[in-house]
Design a protein around this ligand. Sequence first.
Ligand SMILES: NC(=O)c1ccc[n+]([C@@H]2O[C@H](COP(=O)([O-])OP(=O)(O)OC[C@H]3O[C@@H](n4cnc5c(N)ncnc54)[C@H](OP(=O)(O)O)[C@@H]3O)[C@@H](O)[C@H]2O)c1
Length: 242
Amino acid sequence: MKICIVGASGKLGRYMIQHALDRGHEVVAVCRPQSVGKLAAFDGRITVVPGRTDDRDAIGRAVAGCDGVLTVLAPWGMQRYASGTAQAVLDLAAPGARLVFSCGWHITRDGRDVYSRKLRWFVKIFGWVGRVLRVVDLDDQVAACDRIFASDARWTVVRGSDLEEGPGEGLPVWRRHVGDPALASNLTRRVDFALFMVAALTDDTLVHEAPAIVGRDSASARRHAAAPALTTGAGAAQNAGA
Ligand SMILES: NC(=O)c1ccc[n+]([C@@H]2O[C@H](COP(=O)([O-])OP(=O)(O)OC[C@H]3O[C@@H](n4cnc5c(N)ncnc54)[C@H](OP(=O)(O)O)[C@@H]3O)[C@@H](O)[C@H]2O)c1
């Protein structure tokens, strides 16, 4: 597959590049011009299009001819960066392309997620501080996802739990709603978040889903879920009752 990774220079983006290359995909990477150096390790193996991820000209060039697009939705700044990024990808990707977006558990598609008091407070305080300091706009990430949910494109919105670094454990377990006991550990290796994003490209059971993920070796996943083998589609991780 020829794929584009939008927001490729971040931690998640670089893991996604590696997984995509391991699977034999051809990769076009979009990142801010000042971050191109962060992709030096992939020199000669990927095509880099420098540009802000909401730059419609850069996105248009990067997604041309791509069968799939992996997009990191980052809530940074107060210029509607996340919604501008999502809209550019939705508008400019080829019709029928698989579009996979990243965000956090705080995004809800149907209002049926059940959040812990700790998570609700974290989102409130982080959102408020970010807004006051004008560095983070969580509401814009919500707006970005609302645009995706309303779209007819073949999208998946992957909702990450808290993240940690460390060796991969394999494909995370997912559930349709936060609050499911299988997700209670609220921890995923970032490298496995990236693995789920890349696996979703070729898993049609995830089209029009917003999976909330958790590490397959986390205590809650082991207690409540039969995690899938790596060779099966990510959708196979959706366990009954979610
Ligand atoms: N961190 C967590 O605990 C957590 C938890 C759940 C879900 N998530 C989700 O996981 C995804 C990746 O998050 P991450 O925390 O692991 O970060 P990350 O992969 O390091 O990515 C951060 C992205 O934001 C960009 N960025 C940083 N500062 C920016 C600015 N001022 N203006 C515009 N873009 C800026 C980075 O681009 P440059 O390389 O150009 O700086 C990079 O593309 C996001 O969708 C996030 O919502 C994260």
